[in-house]
Design a protein around this ligand. Structure first.
Ligand SMILES: [Zn+2]
Length: 196
């Protein structure tokens, strides 16, 4: 039987993230032990994260390795966006992927079915790589950590996969992938890069 969380106590709970620990009081069910994180707790957590974001930017970075060819393709694409660096562009791709594609089952299934494996594989298997550090905002980093815990992959591995997927879409000549790009990604990307 599912617990209805009737016996609630205010308790101090600990959360480990970025090799640091956050402690705050929140409602805890004394029957099943569930943490019922209330708004106050979430606010404190975000406040704490933003503090760390100010002092330890490095904790919100993913260290990725990308095919030099992929980076070149990104630079070519960015000729239409003066002043935007490949790392800012990659951050935009990852953020848009999670808010637009991954959260929509139909869109993510469509993208998977269209991905041109030849281009994808060439980016993925290229041994000629360069290290790229991508900086994320606290909210996106929390999402990445959640996804990485779920998939049992590192946040960097997830970022690499997403960037390779979307760079495959960008560089493909396939008509349906071009349409996917124009209809689902392009508008968000332009918006994102304008405010970057
Ligand atoms: Zn309970």
């Amino acid at each position: 039987m599912e617990c209805s969380h009737k016996n609630i106590l205010l308790k101090k709970v600990k959360k480990e993230i970025f090799d640091m620990s956050f402690e705050a009081k929140t409602s805890v069910c004394s029957d099943c032990g569930a943490y019922l994180r209330d708004n106050k707790y979430e606010q404190k957590y975000m406040h704490w994260l933003k503090g760390i974001y100010q002092e330890r930017r490095d904790k919100f970075q993913t260290q990725c390795h990308f095919s030099k060819n992929l980076i070149k393709c990104a630079q070519t694409y960015l000729e239409g966006y003066p002043g935007i660096s490949p790392t800012v562009f990659m951050r935009a791709l990852v953020t848009i992927y999670f808010s637009v594609v991954d959260s929509d089952k139909k869109k993510s299934a469509l993208l998977e079915s269209l991905l041109n494996s030849e281009i994808y594989d060439s980016f993925n298997n290229d041994k000629n790589r360069k290290k790229v550090n991508i900086q994320f905002k606290p909210k996106m980093m929390i999402e990445l950590i959640a996804v990485s815990e779920f998939l049992e992959l590192s946040p960097s591995a997830i970022v690499e996969e997403v960037v390779i997927k979307l760079m495959t879409v960008i560089t493909s000549q396939d008509k349906r992938l071009r349409e996917f790009w124009e209809n689902e990604i392009r508008g968000y990307l332009d918006m994102f890069l304008k405010t970057a």
